[in-house]
Design a protein around this ligand. Structure first.
Ligand SMILES: NC(=O)N[C@@H](CC(=O)O)C(=O)O
Length: 420
């Protein structure tokens, strides 16, 4: 195994130092086979994404485990959690093991499958959570993402079931009766455009219900893609009460607003929808003060025919793995400790993922990424490694370039290019 000396790198924004990677771990000192001149680069623990759609099995035309893994590595990630809304749905041990095995075969990031909460995401009957937990994939997080577990009794049962093995229910918080026919955020812009609105309360009502259920059961709840200022207040209240709840925000909800829908360009259609500037401000503040624990991409690749059509017919979702860190850098600035916490350590801790999200001390697994914060990049959809092109940042200049990524000491990205 090739050893690497990363010379003059700023670990988490600290003073320049040398970092040695040997036999898959960060080593204390000594010689190396290869030297990487890392002057001006920052080393972060490899990023961990708790919310990725890899589309395999079923929609390999939009993404595969391999192409999504490559996009993740290029974005600085060393682990991603694959959502269950595939076809067939990842609601059995067989499907989660398939995704897990495909991830190992690709070997670019650790792919951890998320299991569905209900059979077929239909919200009627619990899926075989225990069988998925004890499968080779060792599933700990369950989600019907794309759909809300709307039935409160089923949600309660799911929380009770996973409590036995300290599992997590990750909820897509959307009261379906309040979002029937919804096309975008309900507000001034939707009124002006004449599009049916997705009100903030549809998210907030489910989060409020679920934190109370999680408290009642004493189980762990994770809230996917929080998008409103009101949701932040509900979470703040729940955390103050000691409820076992964690929450994520996406890069796009930290940057973009519902005004973009005025273009009628479906690249801006996403679930939950882009909200107002006031929501964006509240989400940024919540990420800084910890009410929101992590950034998760909600990388949602879609084939051209599902995106380049009329707004009403377009599928919701945006690709995000390759732009997440640059977007977060543009929002937070070079707050490296905070970025490492929200994009690597906290997600690894929430998921119980060992070997990722470390402090890069000697002896820890060499899962890390090197970033050039001074570089600027104009996002070119054609240059993405993802099989889909639905990025809302086409033509936008973003700060930060991911120069290299290492998974257990093996480079997956070097010189900004995927190694395989
Ligand atoms: N986030 C999205 O806009 N899309 C997700 C599922 C969903 O949450 O609707 C997808 O799978 O495409």
């Amino acid at each position: 195994m090739t050893s690497y000396l990363i010379k003059g790198v700023s670990v988490l924004g600290g003073e320049p130092a040398d970092l040695l990677i040997r036999d898959g771990v960060i080593a204390a000192g000594g010689r190396a086979d290869e030297v990487i001149d890392a002057e001006g680069l920052v080393a972060l623990p490899g990023l961990v994404d708790l919310h990725t759609h890899l589309r395999e099995p079923g929609r390999e035309d939009a993404e595969t485990v391999e192409t999504g893994s490559r996009a993740a590595a290029l974005g600085g990630y060393t682990a991603v959690f694959a959502m269950a809304n595939t076809s067939p749905v990842a609601d059995t041990a067989g499907v989660v093991e398939q995704v897990w095995r495909l991830g190992r075969e690709a070997g670019l990031v650790d792919v951890q499958p998320i299991g569905a909460v209900t059979v077929g995401l239909a919200g009627k009957q619990l899926a075989e959570l225990g069988a998925m937990a004890t499968s080779a994939a060792g599933v700990r997080i369950f989600s019907d993402d794309g759909h809300c577990v709307a039935d409160p009794r089923l949600m309660r049962r799911a929380l009770e079931y996973v409590k036995a093995f300290d599992g997590i229910i990750a909820q897509h918080a959307e009261e379906p009766r309040l979002t029937e026919g919804a096309q975008m955020h309900e507000g001034k812009v939707s009124t002006r455009l004449g599009l049916t609105g997705w009100p903030a309360v549809a998210e907030e009502a489910i989060i409020a219900r679920d934190v109370l259920l999680a408290e009642h059961v004493g189980s762990r709840l994770h809230v996917c893609h929080v998008s409103t200022a009101g949701s932040v207040e509900v979470l703040r209240h729940a955390k103050a009460r000691g409820v076992r709840v964690t929450a994520e925000v996406t890069p796009h909800h930290l940057l973009l607003t519902d005004e973009l829908a005025a273009s009628y360009d479906p690249v801006y259609k996403v679930n939950p929808p882009l909200r107002t500037a006031a929501d964006v401000q509240a989400l940024r503040q919540a990420l800084v003060d910890g009410v929101i624990d992590i950034v998760a991409t909600d990388h949602a690749p879609h084939a051209v025919e599902d995106k380049e059509c009329e707004w009403a017919y377009a599928r919701p979702g945006m690709v995000g793995l390759e732009t997440a860190l640059p977007v977060v850098l543009s929002v937070l600035g070079e707050q490296w400790e905070l970025i490492a916490e929200r994009m690597s350590r906290a997600p690894a801790r929430i998921a119980g993922l060992t070997g990722h999200g470390t402090d890069l001390a000697a002896g820890t697994p060499a899962n890390l990424t090197l970033v050039d914060p001074s570089a600027r990049r104009v996002v070119d959809p054609a240059g993405l490694a993802s099989r889909s092109r639905n990025t809302p940042y086409a033509g936008t200049t973003l700060p930060g370039r991911i120069v290299a990524t290492f998974l257990r000491g093996e480079p997956t990205v070097l010189d900004g290019k995927a190694v395989k």
